[in-house]
Write a protein of this length. Structure first.
Length: 224
């Protein structure tokens, strides 16, 4: 049974969104409201509000008189997303390098240790969690509430693409860690220009892997 909270639609949206992110609900799959509401122990009203939230997050598509279905991930979508991702995360990284204090640096080191451990163990789930912890620390260190809000709006898409990409890359994780190691060193050294270049290289690397998936080499269908 699903436990209600003070903000039920958002809670429902998080649960459904997580199923989409983890590919438990497949791209193009119809969302059967009655069945899902019964399974979660909620009424149709909060479920429909949750679907509107997920539509704004680009995780579902609402079709008039036909209901909702899980959105598809196309090569075009990935290109658009990573163009935005690269520009915004480069700004986050620059501001983090300029504004981080000792507490931020310590938190980044701790997050990096989790990334390194997960990569060494080929622990995809642990790595996935650790990179978003790392990003959250970086957002806080940037001390830019507006930029943080914009980035968090993009996170459902980011999580979805990253989860699919990482599921194919257990052997590649240790190589990928170097980007995060360089980012931390840039923050420690206070080098905003250098960290911006590292983040842009990381974003382009991630885009390349995601595009392989979109082109039929992973869990998403090819673009129609």
């Amino acid at each position: 049974m699903f436990e209600a909270s003070e903000n039920l639609p958002e809670q429902v949206a998080r649960v459904i969104g997580d199923r989409i992110i983890r590919n438990q609900l497949k791209p193009g799959e119809r969302i059967l409201e009655a069945k899902l509401a019964e399974a979660m122990g909620v009424s149709r009203s909060p479920l429909r509000e949750a679907l509107r939230i997920l539509e704004k997050q680009k995780l579902v598509e609402l079709i008039p008189r036909k209901g909702a279905k899980v959105s598809k991930i196309s090569a075009s979508h990935i290109i658009w997303f990573y163009d935005i991702f690269e520009a915004l995360y480069a700004l986050v990284a620059r501001e983090s390098a300029e504004k981080a204090d000792d507490k931020d640096r310590s938190a980044l080191r701790m997050a990096l240790q989790k990334i390194e451990k997960a990569a060494a163990n080929r622990d995809i789930e642990g790595y996935y969690s650790a990179i978003f912890e790392f990003a959250a620390v970086g957002l806080k260190a940037a001390r830019n509430p507006l930029l943080e809000a914009i980035m968090l709006d993009l996170w459902p898409n980011n999580r979805r693409i990253q989860f699919a990409s990482l599921s194919m890359r257990a052997k590649d994780l240790r190589t990928n860690v170097r980007f995060f190691q360089e980012m931390v060193q840039c923050v420690i050294d206070g080098e905003p220009s250098r960290i911006e270049a590292v983040v842009r290289a990381y974003a382009r690397n991630e885009k390349a892997f995601a595009l392989k998936i979109a082109n039929g080499k992973g869990p998403w269908p090819q673009e129609a």
